[in-house]
Design a protein around this ligand. Structure first.
Ligand code: NAP
Length: 290
């Protein structure tokens, strides 16, 4: 039985939507979930409401607005991203403390960000620091890369991974193993841990969850086997990698090359044993080209 009864999902994008669906699919657990969003008029949110979510429109610049929305909430599940990870998530943490929230789950779901100083993710480390300063218990979930980050042509093509054309420009030799976990797989895992572990096991804990571990070379070999096609692989030299980084306009694209090259997106998988029945089928590359 869950020690926590009321959850607030904050931000209704990819991860927030999946959390809301998962709560709706597990209504028999008797938990309450609400979704905080800048606007509650979007049709997807109305659908979430029809499945049982309470909706709250919030103004992240107003502590009163956030504190009101978080009254009676036990766990904040932040699913914010990018600009929403900066002052927005910090304001959310301050309001959570003021509202008496018992556990704050910041938006992570990628590489291990403890002590990270990279500009793209420093806001995540800033959130950890604030949670500690507020003495607000937190749980962190690190899960590695989402397969969609290379499978979706819009993302894949800008980094040089193109399964449509079979052309692959790698950062280095592509042999460094990386961790892969899809949101469809980590959302049920996070829900499972939050609703089955004791507060003492969750408070200020770090969980490392991994759906699959594969290097780019291993993924491309699998793609060749599945499709019967021959990959056209280019291993970018050090100079080419630096030139790629220098040419990028977003922090995300400046961040990716060295992470992929040196395995920065590899997380531990010691938390996998906390749910042996977990079947991360959306994360296993063997099934992703089927
Ligand atoms: N490891 C990986 O490969 C990987 C890939 C993608 C994401 N991630 C991580 O996963 C987490 C969730 O990302 P996601 O892709 O699910 O996010 P997303 O789809 O972009 O959704 C984020 C939501 O946050 C809210 N939001 C965004 N900007 C905001 C702002 N400036 N102010 C206030 N609210 C804002 C919006 O919700 P409302 O419109 O409802 O307010 C938005 O839908 C992030 O920590 C991200 O870094 C990791």
């Amino acid at each position: 039985m869950s020690a926590y009864k009321t959850f607030a999902i904050v931000g209704f994008g990819t991860t927030g939507t999946l959390f809301a669906k998962h709560f709706a699919q597990n209504k028999e657990n008797g938990l309450k979930w609400k979704v905080l969003s800048r606007s509650v008029t979007k049709p997807e949110l109305q659908e979430a409401a029809s499945q049982g979510a309470e909706l709250a429109a919030v103004d992240y610049d107003s502590q009163t607005s956030l504190i009101n929305a978080l009254q009676g909430v036990d766990v904040v599940l932040s699913a914010l991203r990018d600009g929403g990870l900066e002052e927005v998530q910090l304001n959310l943490a301050r309001a959570a403390k003021a509202a008496g929230v018992k556990l704050f789950v910041p938006s992570e779901y990628g590489r291990n960000t403890l002590g990270i100083t990279e500009p793209y993710l420093i806001s995540k480390a800033n959130t950890h620091a604030l949670l500690k300063a507020l003495n607000l218990p937190y749980a962190l979930f690190f899960t590695g890369l989402w397969p969609s980050m290379v499978l979706e042509p819009a993302y894949g093509s800008v980094t040089g991974i193109n399964f449509d054309t079979g052309k692959f420009s790698l950062f280095g030799d592509g042999n460094e193993p990386l961790s892969w976990t899809a949101p469809e797989d980590f959302v049920p895992f996070v829900y499972h841990l939050l609703t089955t572990l004791q507060p003492s096991q969750l408070e200020n804990a770090v969980f490392q969850i991994e759906g699959d571990r594969k290097s780019f070379k291993q993924i491309i070999t699998l793609w060749e086997k599945k499709t019967g096609k021959k990959a056209d692989i280019h291993e970018r030299s050090e100079e080419e990698i630096q030139a790629y980084i220098d040419a990028q306009e977003t922090e995300l694209l400046r961040f990716i090359p060295r992470q992929w090259q040196h395995g920065g997106m590899r997380v531990g998988n010691e938390s996998n044993k906390l749910w042996p029945e977990w079947n991360p089928e959306s994360s296993r590359w063997e099934g992703l080209f089927a």
